[in-house]
Design a protein around this ligand. Structure first.
Ligand SMILES: NC(=O)c1ccc[n+]([C@@H]2O[C@H](COP(=O)([O-])OP(=O)(O)OC[C@H]3O[C@@H](n4cnc5c(N)ncnc54)[C@H](O)[C@@H]3O)[C@@H](O)[C@H]2O)c1
Length: 364
């Protein structure tokens, strides 16, 4: 198979869809890998490191798209890339087609096959290609919160871990899934005082066991959320109801009661945010705004700030699927692996993912 890896062109997207280790794994199976010049530089991978692993570097984006049977990307294709779509091409990347009707239309009318990282799903319901980015964002949330609590950054001048004789800061995490658990681990590592709220009894028990009493794990409801939030120095939003907009669990009234200079990091902002005062998405260039004296950080693509770690974490997860697709072809791989079958959103001109079809109301 000829596999192409173009340079990402979305604003502030510095990840790349393959690493030299991935190139080595694929070329050792006889596949040819074409990588666009400088595609990995922002993630810390030079063209030479890709060449040493067996890739060919091409400077012309057109050649990558036209010569490859399978394109690997990180973000959805950009409108400039729609012209390359064609019947004998498959694309494997984050797609989020449910909110991208124009892209879907182009994929459908050109007969391109589109496999989405975010819908690859294991039998237990987990989403293995979303998990690594939630791990990155969860861990970053505490690091970012600690930074913005510094006075020069607008925060109340509090060191999250405290020091001997001085109390530690209070970190409150709403939602104890992948993001919440990773945030909890980081906050605990900093010696902060940590509370996690979740409403799933099974998850609550798992968290209690995992943190062995070092973190307070509380059943989430409006009463317990208010009690925890008004005392938080750092509040992290980490709730997800799959397929739905995040519920606004933290109200504006609660935020008003927080101490001035406290910090909110709403990681769930990509699903609309779970905090009422989160009324916009912020960017890495302008990451915070202040409301009721509280700093709000609401960046929807947090992993983009740490492309080295994010690229490695993402490609560690994608590579086994890339290898399987490359070895067997998309259809055989899907027939043998139900996780890959769930990943195929569009198969040669037909939407075959039921949720995507239902959301877009396209039944081909
Ligand atoms: N901003 C970013 O850059 C970025 C990066 C990665 C993930 N995310 C987002 O972070 C969010 C969390 O992702 P995740 O992977 O941790 O999801 P997850 O499914 O692993 O965890 C969500 C948790 O929320 C809990 N929950 C649901 N309703 C609740 C309620 N009423 N009260 C308390 N808890 C409740 C669930 O029980 C679950 O444990 C998602 O919206 C995801 O898209 C954002």
């Amino acid at each position: 198979l000829i596999i192409g890896v173009p340079k990402e062109i979305k604003n502030n997207e510095n990840r790349v869809a393959i690493t030299p280790a991935g190139v080595m794994a694929l070329t050792s199976k006889g596949h040819k890998i074409l990588i666009e010049k400088n595609a990995g530089v922002k993630s810390g991978f030079s063209d030479q490191s890709f060449v040493a692993a067996g890739a060919d570097i091409l400077s012309d984006k057109d050649d990558i798209w036209q010569e490859s049977n399978l394109i690997l990307k990180v973000k959805e294709p950009h409108p400039e890339e729609y012209k390359y779509f064609r019947e004998d091409l498959s694309i494997f990347t984050y797609l989020h087609l449910a909110s991208a009707s124009e892209l879907t239309e182009y994929l459908l009318k050109t007969g391109t096959t589109a496999i989405a990282y975010e819908t690859i799903q294991l039998l237990d319901g987990s989403l293995p290609l979303l998990t690594p980015m939630s791990e990155v964002a969860g861990r970053m949330a505490v690091q970012i919160g600690a930074h913005f609590l510094e006075q020069r950054q607008g925060g109340r001048g509090l060191l999250l871990g405290g020091v001997p004789g001085v109390e530690a800061g209070r970190v409150v995490i709403v939602g104890g899934g992948i993001v919440g658990t990773n945030a909890g681990k980081m906050a605990l590592g900093l010696r902060a005082n940590v509370t996690i709220l979740d409403n799933n009894p099974k998850r609550i028990r798992e968290l209690e066991d995992l943190f062995a009493g070092q973190v307070e794990v509380i059943h989430s409801n409006p009463y317990t959320i208010e009690k925890a939030v008004v005392n938080a120095d750092l509040l992290i939003g980490a709730v997800l109801i799959p397929g739905a907009r995040a519920p606004k669990l933290v109200t504006e009234e609660m935020v008003k009661q927080m101490r001035s200079g406290s910090v909110i990091v709403d990681v769930a902002v990509d699903q609309g945010g779970c905090i009422e005062t989160v009324d916009r998405v912020t960017t890495h260039d302008q990451p915070t705004y202040t409301k009721h004296g509280v700093l709000h950080y609401c960046v929807a693509n947090m992993p983009g700030a740490v492309p080295y770690t994010s690229t490695l974490a993402l490609t560690n997860a994608t590579l086994p699927y890339i290898l399987e697709i490359a070895q067997k072809g998309v259809h055989q791989a899907a027939a043998e692996n139900p996780a890959i079958a769930k990943g195929i959103n569009i198969d040669q001109g037909k939407i075959i993912h039921p949720v995507v079809a239902e959301t877009l109301k396209i039944f081909s």
